[in-house]
Design a protein around this ligand. Structure first.
Ligand code: EPU
Length: 302
């Protein structure tokens, strides 16, 4: 979608919002799939209420992009513009056991920065790609750790109220890959309360998780991490593997040989290829096990 409305174009500079034309979402997502649209890069959180009011008044549909690591975007010209936060400076500030982190900060860098300051707890999240905001919205987790456990306060733009609010950790429910935030809430910053731990001990935990991840996941390939959530008490990866579907493909969208719940873009996969593979695998698992797998990956349809 191309922003043509003069009212919006005139307001962007004073809101501190940078407009990038016809950006390819394939270049902004880990899967390397997705069509084109205008991208609005937001420098100041305080500009968001006015910007969104303007977009709504002018009927311009929009979506928020985090790090693009858990996202499948449809092909072609997209019928919405994309908003993304520019990293604030500093990205992380520490006060005792509290780390205040910008939503646009990289999750892995946040884990290591806190570790170097003897703040642990998040070792399991070390290899999870993406931003802190994205991790927060999905309650990202791995190796027994989930980010929600450490959340003390979240600064969020609440679309329904059209304002920036600070929510206490207890006001938010964090479940398995799910939170109580509304789909159009936008994460802006978070205060994490982390346990004190000596750096060498944290480093040891980080190394173990990195090793586990390297040995079981296709890290060098284009993927969005796990495609499906694990069903209660089960493992999507194991079921897909048991059905002999490793290497199964639709076009260049392929079930990873290394981990069957990772679907990779092995070349020039389109969103249609990937969606067909997801639907096909879901159907086969349903037939064989009577279990309907739910997407873990977020899909931006037209
Ligand atoms: N397994 C197979 N074949 C496979 C893959 C897995 O038999 O191809 C078996 C494994 O041997 C193991 C079981 O399935 O016995 C579970 O596998 P794994 O330990 O790899 O964990 P997972 O349940 O597949 C979850 C998360 C990952 C996270 C890891 C580590 C989900 C959907 N996945 O994977 O998160 O990294 O645990 O904690 O919850 C993600 O969120 O994108 C993600 C990758």
């Amino acid at each position: 979608m191309r922003i043509e409305e003069p009212k919006i174009l005139a307001a962007l500079p004073e809101l501190g919002v940078e407009l990038q034309r016809e950006v390819s979402l394939a270049e902004l997502t880990y899967l390397g799939i997705g069509g084109t649209t205008d991208l609005l890069r937001i420098q100041k959180h305080e500009a968001i209420p006015d910007l969104l009011k303007l977009l709504d008044e002018q009927g311009v549909a929009h979506k928020f992009l985090g790090g693009g690591s858990n996202l499948l975007v449809v092909d072609g010209e997209l019928p919405f513009v994309v908003l993304q936060l520019v990293k604030g400076e500093p990205e992380i500030t520490l006060d005792g056991n509290i780390a205040t982190v910008d939503a646009a900060a990289d999750l892995g860098r946040t884990v290591t920065f806190c570790a170097k300051n003897n703040l642990g707890g998040m070792e399991g999240l070390i290899g999870v790609p993406g931003t802190v905001g994205g991790a927060l919205r999905m309650n990202a987790g791995a190796y027994g750790t989930q980010i929600g456990s450490y959340v003390r306060e979240v600064k969020v733009y609440r679309a329904a109220q059209r304002k920036i609010e600070f929510l206490h950790g207890e006001q938010i429910s964090f479940e398995y890959r799910h939170t109580s935030f509304a789909p159009d809430d936008m994460m802006l910053a978070v205060k994490l309360e982390l346990p004190s731990k000596p750096y060498p001990e944290i480093l040891q935990g980080i190394r173990i998780c990195n090793e586990k991840r390297r040995s079981s996941q296709p890290l060098g390939q284009k993927s969005a991490g796990c495609i499906f959530k694990n069903p209660p008490g089960g493992s999507a990866g194991r079921m897909i593997d048991e059905l002999g579907l490793k290497g199964f493909s639709h076009g260049d969208a392929r079930v990873s040989e290394r981990h069957a719940n990772f679907f990779v873009n092995a070349g020039q996969a389109s969103a249609a290829d990937m969606l067909a593979l997801i639907a096909d695998v879901r159907e086969r698992v349903q037939q064989a096990y009577g279990v309907t797998l739910e997407n873990e990956v977020v899909v931006w349809n037209a």
